[in-house]
Design a protein around this ligand. Structure first.
Ligand code: SAM
Length: 279
């Protein structure tokens, strides 16, 4: 009978965030597929876990993935972990999960912290709808295509960023989203120097002219304001006249049209009254 794959979350900085179930799982599986075996060995030592490790990272994942799947199919249980947080989230694991799914192998999640969710929760920005954008590419073309796609995104956006690229990213954010857009810079979450700054992109640029970016960052960016329909006053007049013809009061017609167009209700009401007086 085939074994199981366990997708195990590990702390993003604070070892006290390791769950008892993660410890128990890493103890009981037959082997652990780890992004960096040296990093995971430290974690295992801390929790007095003795188990065998195989390396599974970006550049060996095709070949290693097949080997890991073969071992699971032969009956061994495997846990996949990354250096920090949830595997598969901007980390290796996704392909292994897909391979196991394709083979009908049972997969269990042992959830742990993830920087993206932790950051959006403390960002101070809207958490009702958000999208995870991971790392921006350093290759100009795909980076700009990615930002262009997000220009009118109205959901809160979550990005991962390395400290040495932060200033360039803020400069690009200003180009695409404008300097007034709010951004929450969530740094070193769960660690000693945890810090969250909720400021505008312009303020963030000014701040990092004075302070060197240090540590790990999640950038949580406010979504774009939903665009009102682009209506002219002439369009509005037609809409309001139609509303009045269909039985609405002038007041209601102006109020509804103001919502739809972004023009002020009083201005629209006056336009409607003037037009009716001219008739
Ligand atoms: N799989 C991980 C997760 O679940 O969050 C993310 C791995 S990704 C390779 C590493 C990036 O996550 C960092 O560059 C940083 O953007 C973010 N990150 C990880 N730990 C963090 C922390 N403690 N505080 C802020 N950002 C963190």
């Amino acid at each position: 009978m085939s074994g199981k794959l366990y997708v195990v979350g590990t702390p993003i900085g604070n070892l006290s965030d390791m769950t008892p179930r993660a410890v128990e799982t890493l103890k009981k599986v037959d082997f652990i597929a780890a992004e960096d075996t040296r990093v995971t060995l430290k974690l295992l030592n801390h929790f007095e876990i003795k188990n065998s490790l195989v390396s599974y990272y970006e550049h060996n994942r095709a070949q290693k993935g097949e080997q890991i799947v073969a071992r699971i199919l032969s009956g061994e249980n495997c846990a996949v972990v990354s250096d920090a947080g949830m595997p598969c989230i901007s980390d290796p694991g996704e392909d292994l999960v897909a391979l196991c799914r394709a083979q009908g192998i049972a997969i269990e999640v042992v959830p742990g912290p993830t920087a993206a969710m932790s950051a959006v929760a403390v960002s101070g920005l809207s958490c009702s709808r958000f999208c995870f954008e991971g790392f921006l590419s350093t290759a100009k073309k795909s980076r700009f295509e990615h930002l262009e796609e997000l220009k009118n995104e109205s959901r809160t956006m979550i990005f991962y960023e390395a400290p040495h690229k932060l200033k360039a990213t803020l400069a690009d954010f200003k180009k695409y989203f404008g300097g007034e857009r709010k951004i929450s810079l969530c740094r070193e979450l769960t660690k000693l120097h945890e810090e969250v700054l909720l400021i505008s992109i312009d303020e963030a640029i000014a701040y990092y002219e004075q302070n060197d970016p240090r540590g790990e960052y999640v950038l949580v960016l406010e979504g774009a304001e939903k665009k009102k329909e682009e209506l002219t006053l002439k369009d509005c007049l037609e809409i309001m006249l139609e509303s009045v013809r269909s039985g609405k009061s002038k007041n209601d017609a102006a109020r509804l049209c103001a919502k739809q167009s972004g023009f002020r209700k009083n201005e629209l009401y006056k336009l409607l009254v003037d037009c009716e007086e001219e008739k």
